[in-house]
Design a protein. Structure first.
Length: 554
């Protein structure tokens, strides 16, 4: 059925399969089913709500409100709730149940939940088993790593979001098992390369896309098992090295513009899939019956999933990993969740609903910060199993009357300014637009917009050691940024120039290399068969179906 989105007013489809899934996960108590209603927001607006709860890049120096140590946190000093360091938050020195509150049936649920959010202590950053990685949220098993949100098993890496098993990499997103790679996106097992997009097993390459098992190639697209190629043409080693010499004095911006123009002339695959069956989306791997999924792998029988892995029979999931099943409208966290709904950053919390940063909490509703094994909690208050069931029934009926049942946390409840969240990357708003909707917004702090104290040389060999003491100003937005000694050493190691853009603008430019997370109807430009692709019909690229692409390009 077609319906209008309650937020953007655009029409979207709710399929029979969607309704069957919602019926499947609807809770049953005392023989009565509490049906989860059809979504009132379109898939894009549902994703926006989930991403608005997640802050990947904005970190602040402050004090732990328990041990008083200096820490780095995703919250500044103006938030209403206490902020603890990792050690204190996970300790038994405080009890989340002491913040429990009774449910008030004279008021809506979300305002009561916001009151709970505003008093329960929050962890400064969610980290696990890291070493010398204090500036990196949602990061695990990493060493000497800086600003690599959502990543794990990273070593000596900088600004590499949602990546894993990498070493000496920087300014990249969605890279896996790479080393000495910079300014790249969606790459696997690449080495000593830069400015790659959607490449696998490539070595000593620069400015190439959609390529496999290439070595010493420059400005190429859609090639495999090639060496000494320039713009998809075979050269001798001597001629190839002469081309590199010719380009060595050109700026990264000049090379990028030239490459993008060339890249448009090479046929494109309608969707980027690897080892997938009956699936749709882009940049997905090892998936089966995965519908409109993006940047995800090991997804089965699921729909509207982004940046997740190891997920079954779920819908509307973002940044959620490892052994999860029957989940709906969840974001961040993951691991061993079964029938978890409308929750943010919660792990091992089966049969629960409306959780925020809860761990090992089963059969609970509307809780925040409970991080030890427990069950039958509502608004952080413990109940007997019988009391819990009766009260939860009444709350759901009450939420149905207020129109809240079946909705994810409103963006207005986010603990972060909208422009500090992932939502701003994928659903950008202006400050006026955000405030009009009642979202938090962080205005520019002029102390971070001072004139640069140095003009950056184009080549890394011309960068002095003193750069670490200089203030840089982004050529795009004017925001100041700095280069650390360790970051400079990595730049020199991989011979990558210091960017003239701040980390935020570098992130925007990386994302611009990818198509929107949306499927369009068009026809294969070779055989004419109908296809669904992330390339809009009015775009200039030549787009092929799977068969024609493999026959022509590979």
């Amino acid at each position: 059925m077609a319906t209008a989105c309650a937020n953007c007013k655009k029409q979207f489809q709710v399929t029979d399969e969607d309704l069957k899934f919602l019926d499947k996960i609807s809770p049953i108590f005392g023989g009565k089913k509490y049906q989860i209603p059809a979504p009132t927001h379109c898939p894009d607006c549902r994703q926006q709500r989930r991403l608005a709860q997640r802050n990947d890049r904005y970190l602040f120096k402050r004090t732990c409100d328990m041990c008083r140590k200096d820490i780095v946190a995703a919250f500044d000093g103006d938030v209403p709730f206490p902020v603890y360091c990792n050690e204190c938050w996970w300790s038994d020195k405080w009890d989340p149940l002491k913040y429990g509150q009774d449910y008030d049936f004279n008021r809506a649920f979300f305002p009561q939940f916001q009151e709970l959010l505003n008093k329960v202590p929050k962890v400064g950053q969610l980290q696990l088993s890291n070493e010398n990685t204090e500036y990196s949220n949602y990061t695990a098993y990493s060493k000497n790593t800086y600003m690599c949100a959502g990543s794990f098993k990273m070593e000596d890496c900088y600004y590499a979001r949602k990546s894993r098993d990498c070493k000496d990499c920087m300014d990249s997103n969605f890279i896996d098992s790479c080393e000495l790679v910079s300014s790249s996106i969606n790459c696997f097992k690449c080495y000593n390369s830069d400015n790659l997009a959607n490449c696998r097993n490539c070595t000593d390459c620069s400015y190439i896309s959609d390529s496999i098992s290439c070595e010493s190639c420059f400005m190429c697209s859609g090639i495999s098992n090639k060496k000494y190629n320039f713009k998809n043409k075979q050269l001798s080693q001597e001629d190839y090295e002469n081309v590199l010499k010719e380009y060595q004095n050109r700026t990264p911006e000049e090379k990028s513009r030239e490459f993008q123009e060339f890249n448009k002339t090479v046929p494109k695959r309608y969707q980027n899939q690897l080892n997938c069956e009956k699936s749709s989306g882009d940049y997905i791997q090892n998936c089966k019956n995965a519908t409109e999924c993006y940047d995800s792998f090991d997804i089965e029988d699921s729909k509207h999933v982004i940046e997740s892995y190891d997920l079954k029979d779920s819908m509307d999931v973002s940044c959620f990993d490892k052994n999860n099943e029957l989940c709906y409208e969840v974001s961040s966290g993951g691991e061993s969740n079964y029938n978890l709904k409308f929750s943010f950053c919660s792990c091992a919390s089966p049969e629960s609903t409306y959780l925020y940063s809860c761990f090992f909490l089963s059969d609970s509703f509307g809780c925040d910060g409970i991080h030890f094994k427990n069950k039958n909690c509502i608004l952080n208050k413990k109940y007997s199993a019988e009391e819990y069931t009766k009260l939860k029934d009444k709350i759901i009926e009450h939420m149905k009357s207020t129109g809240e049942w079946g909705e994810y946390f409103p963006i207005q409840l986010s603990l972060y300014p909208y422009n500090h969240t992932l939502a701003q990357d994928y659903h950008p708003l202006t400050g006026d637009e955000a405030r009009k909707k009642g979202y938090k917004w962080a205005d520019k702090d002029q102390k971070f917009y001072q004139p640069a104290t140095i003009n950056l040389p184009d080549r890394i060999k011309d960068i002095p050691d003193s750069i670490t003491k200089e203030i840089l100003a982004c050529q795009e937005c004017g925001r100041n940024y700095r280069i650390t000694k360790q970051e400079l050493e990595l730049h020199r190691k991989i011979k990558a120039p210091i960017s003239v853009y701040c980390p935020d603008c570098r992130q925007v430019k990386l994302l611009a290399q990818k198509n929107p997370r949306k499927l369009f109807d068009r026809k294969c430009d070779k055989c004419g068969v109908a296809i669904k692709t992330t390339y809009a019909p009015d775009r200039p690229e030549t787009v092929y179906c799977e068969k024609c692409y493999l026959d022509t390009v590979y």
